[in-house]
Design a protein around this ligand. Structure first.
Ligand code: HEC
Ligand code: HEC
Length: 182
């Protein structure tokens, strides 16, 4: 019995190791775009993003719920298992901090807007995200601005629906504030 248990434990740890390796291997394609200074320009950073959020977002590109022509092709052939392995890999990485140059005046204006709108109540006091709520701290500012514009225009859904993104404004400042957060 004892021997069986030990064998099971060994099997499980090699399985977990295999998943982590598969995740790291598959993530190399993603890193062609998802890194600072990539030529494609608009891809956000994925490091330290909660795994649940990454699985959800990646699956939404695959099904077309979140439409993006690049992302749809990139994830078309991934199984649910592949998506989970890649998500776990990125979630386990340290956040990238201080890679963007943020304008101090915009950071200050953004801080005010974000405090007024109580964004930290879900995204967390340090904007690190949790579960299905994405990390915003250290994210690429141009990506953040485009997402905020998409929420305001109704092109992308942001829960809860009551947040008046169309009236908050100052998206450039808010984006700089989050990009500079660590
Ligand atoms: C050719 C460039 C490119 C490649 C390769 C690529 N992506 Fe993306 N990805 C993008 C772009 C551009 C966006 C922003 C799309 C948008 O505005 O919704 C994005 C967005 C995302 C997001 C949304 C992140 C967030 O904060 O909401 C996830 C998750 C993601 N990609 C996962 C992946 C995974 C996993 C892979 C590898 C299997 C991958 N991407 C490969 C360009 C790429
Ligand atoms: C009730 C919880 C909640 C509050 C409050 C909240 N958010 Fe979010 N936010 C979310 C969730 C959940 C998502 C993921 C949406 C999805 O399903 O794609 C999100 C996504 C985002 C994204 C996209 C990030 C990415 O990686 O694509 C940005 C930017 C954002 N929120 C900014 C804000 C700002 C600015 C405020 C304050 C005005 C705010 N949020 C308040 C829950 C919240």
């Amino acid at each position: 019995m004892r021997r069986v248990l030990i064998a099971c434990a060994l099997l499980m740890s090699t399985d977990a190791l295999a998943d982590a390796k598969a995740g790291e291997k598959n993530a190399q394609l993603c890193l062609l775009c998802h890194k600072p200074g990539n030529v494609m320009g608009l891809a956000p950073l994925l490091e330290a993003q909660p795994s649940k959020y990454l699985v959800q977002a990646t699956t939404e590109y695959k099904t077309g719920k979140r439409p993006d022509p690049f992302m749809k092709t990139n994830v078309a052939d991934l199984s649910a298992r592949d998506i989970k392995d890649i998500a776990d890999y990125f979630a386990s990485r340290a956040p990238m901090v201080g890679v963007w140059s943020a304008d101090p005046a915009k950071v200050a204006a953004g801080a005010k807007r974000v405090a007024e709108s109580k964004c930290a109540s879900c995204h967390g006091p340090t904007f690190a995200g949790t579960d299905e709520v994405p990390r915003l701290a250290g994210q690429k500012p141009v990506y953040l601005r485009i997402q905020l514009e998409a929420f305001a225009a109704g092109r992308r859904a942001h829960p809860p629906i009551e947040i008046p993104f169309d009236r908050i404004g100052d998206f450039e400042a808010i984006a700089h504030y989050f990009a500079a957060a660590r």
